[in-house]
Design a protein around this ligand. Sequence first.
Ligand code: NDP
Length: 331
Amino acid sequence: MFNALYLEKTDQGTRATRRGVEDGELDAQAADGDVVVRIAWSTVNYKDALAVTGRAPVVRKWPMVPGIDGAGVVESSTHPGFVTGDQVVLNGWGVGETHWGCLAQKARLKGDWLIKLPSGVTPREAMAVGTAGYTAMLCAIALERHGLERNGAEVLVTGAAGGVGSVAVSILSGWGYRVVASTGRPEEAEYLKQLGAAEVIDRTSLSTAGKPLQKERWAGVIDSVGSTTLANACAQARYRGVVAACGLAQGMDLPSSVAPFILRGVRLIGVDSVMCPRGDRQQAWDRIASDLDHGKLATMTGEIGLDDVIALAPRLLEGKVRGRTVVDVNR
Ligand code: NDP
């Protein structure tokens, strides 16, 4: 038996409980997994919050153990790449959506999905990073790949006090950019400055409709908000600026025009973490291990137990949770 968060579909919607699960049930539900991982830490991402509350159809198989991220130690493996005792990290691949996930003391996963924990990163830190942080790194690498030079250029991070945003501020400031953090929570200005923001702006300056082309400002943007915010970010991007889009906290729409793209050569790069190929994942985790400031990561990280996930999830969707939250699955 092991403890897990357990989601069931009822006439009233999603029911989330913590319960004991038999190993046999895990083996049956996740039969295609060839590595059993003793999970030590998990986390709550935006998508986990959607799954636990049932506010969006993230879960596509019932019952479900949620948890799109996990870090722990291999208990047993029939995959050639992993042996008992390996420390591993899992992000995405539909885990917690179509395959039983990591908000549990144990998970049966595919070895092809796992990354060996980079040296210098503890399992707890890997979950403080989580999908949100690894996505922030994918976005930062996308800015670099598309030519953003480290010459102190001004970059915008939207949804800055959230998970993706907090890690993005920390990475980009560490790389030497002048980071402007957009937030709806002015009370978090000091926190954002501690993470490395040079300036904090009110998100309402971006979240209401604006002109298709505006005064050029941003050499780069990491946007986790979408909708009008992303449209304005593109309209304010400098000539040949690079905008990495990964989220939809404001909305899934994009009320923009082609003007920034055809008149200023602005590059809009989409970033997906879930099915991201192994090579890019490994590169992101290597850069996290080498570049992420451990002190700043600790500043942005809260900790809860497995039970607490149920109460935290709706607060996260309301934008009330700061930074990242790790889950000690053993309490
Ligand atoms: P969080 O809830 O931690 O952060 C989201 C932040 O967005 C909030 O903290 C808030 O920041 C801002 N926000 C919330 N509501 C609004 C609104 N109505 N208008 C403007 N800003 C708003 O979530 P994450 O950082 O974990 O995820 C952010 C987004 O990125 C989500 O949409 C998620 O689905 C997506 N995502 C996508 C991935 C991918 O693979 N493409 C991977 C990971 C996440 P503030 O208070 O500072 O204004």
